[in-house]
Structures are given as structure tokens and as C-alpha cells.
Design a protein around this ligand. Sequence first.
Ligand code: DAH
Length: 340
Amino acid sequence: MSDLASLELLAKTELDACADEPTLRAWNTKYFGANGEVLAALKAIGTIAKDQRKTYGQEANRIKETLTQTYDAMLSAAKERALDASLTANPLDITLPGRPVQRGRLHVATQIMRQIYDIFADMGFQVYRTREVEDDLTNFELLNMPPHHPARDMWDTFHTTTPGVILRTHTSPGQIHVMREVCPDPIRVILPGMCYRYEAITTRSEIQFQQVEGLVIGEHVTMADLKGTITAFARRLFGQERQVRFRSSYFPFTEPSIEIDIDWPKEDPNADRLTKGTGWLEIMGAGMVHPVVLRNGGYDPAKHSGFAFGMGPQRITMLKHAIDDIRQFWANDVRFLRQF
Ligand code: DAH
């Protein structure tokens, strides 16, 4: 028997004896691995005497083909047997429905913020972000509230261990930052963000809450621009049929100052309670930027004028969805958050 014939016989006999994947793989390494015997026989073709080379080559390749085919078939059969055995040993009910994955959603505070951004973006406002950690100078003094000004009582806050460094009590100090950056160009921005106050926590007040401030500066900006802007905003957010009311008020950083109310739908069963019987509900403070504040921002009040407003989106969300406890917003209770 030729060398090739005995090699084939031996390889085939050993292959037939392989019962599972590990033995099959070991066989494959023995005959077809880097030092495999069938591989060596194939490599030897070049060394065979010329007159026998063709016959030898054809035979060697035929052996390789037959063995490989048998090996492949046996390997997949062995794998299938192993899978069957493991499924019988550890039964798996693939008809059992899976556990549903809970879908996430945007926090209700994020949703209202994005609505507000959209409405102001349509009116040409940009979003200007400013710091939450402020100094006393920017949070109060430059906004026309010198030390010991009684208006400061409305904004008690958290102090850091660095004297004069505080958590901002409102977004209004952002007005100073944006003015000093942009002056003397015109401004049309909203300034959203978290604010902090040292307060007793109740259903109506929290130590942290968001505000959206607005600031418009230019030549010939008037109270009419303020009224038009806010009316358009309130109708987009609360409904086109809403009436908007402007009441005179006081803020140190605006002159004149106003507060803005909307009429609340009488059909709402909560209307009486929400509006304390008046039918009107306050949504924000606003006014014409005080000349002192304009000057602190770098603008000349003889040439430039502007308006500003500030609102609390949590308050607005509570109105829209009849939420009766402001503490829900940051309590991280999914039962509350899932409702929006
Ligand atoms: N900063 C005020 C507050 O926190 C809100 C406010 C009122 C902002 C009037 C303004 C404004 O820009 O013009 O209560």
C-alpha cells in the first residue's frame, strides 16, 4: 500500500472513532493543523519525482477533500447532539414571554423647559446659560440691591465658606453677565437654570427650583414690546384664548415693574381654588430694565433701553397639570414622573 493510502486509512479510522466535538477538533489538529500529517503530504507534492507528481498530487488532494467533508459533517452533527443533550438536561421554555423593558421619558421639568425654549426660539431668543454659584455683588448689588436693602429679605440664600460666594437666588444675575459680554450689541436671550433659596420646605416652596429669565436690550425697546412678547408667549403656552393682565409691582432691578397674570379657564374645577376666587393667576414678574442695571452692564441708558422678565417653570407646570405639591419635582418618585 502506498504511503498516501495508508495515511488515508489511518486518518479515516481515527476520524470514525471520534464521538464528540473535542475529539474531532483534536483529530483535525493532528491531520490538518500546522504540523498536520495530511497537510505535510500536500506540502510534499513539490518534492515528488516529476513523472509521479501529477498522480500523487491528485490523490493527495482527493484525500484532503474527502476527509475534510466527512470531518465537517461529523462536527456539525456532534454540535447538534451536544445542544440537544443540553436542552434535554436543562429544559428551557422559549414560549415564556420576556420581561418588558421599561421605557424612559423626559422629566416633567425638562419637558416644560423645552416647550418654553421652543416658544422663545420662534421669537428669535437665544438660550444663555450662566453660573449657579454667584457672588453677592452680581446676585444683589449690581441688580440695584445694595447691602441692607430691604428687598434682599425676599431672597435669603445659601452661603459658601468663601465670604461673598453664594448660590444664586434667581437667574437675574445672568443679566449682568450677558450684558457685560455682549455690550454694546443688542440682546435677546432667555436665561434658564436652577436657583436656590433658604426657605422652609412646604407644598409651595422648595430650596431649589428652576427659573427662566428673559432679557431684551436695544435702541427704542419699550413696554409695548414687553407686553407683546409676553402675551404671545402666554397664549402659545396656555392657549390662544387666554387673556393677559399687567399689574404694576416693584422689583429693584426694573422701573417700572409689573406682574403678569393670565385668566384661568372657568371650566376648570380647580379654577376657584387656584385663583382664590379672582379668576386671575400670576405667571411672572417683569419690567423695564432699571437705568442703574443698564449702566452696570455697560450700556448707556440715554441710548439703550430694555425689558426683563422672570418666571418659575415649576409653578407653571403645577398650573398646567394641577399638581398640588412642588416637592414632587425633585423627589424622584417614578409614580409621579410617569404621569407626564
Ligand atoms: N428675579 C425675580 C425673582 O426671583 C423675578 C423677576 C422679576 C425677574 C422681574 C425679572 C424681572 O427679570 O424683571 O423673584
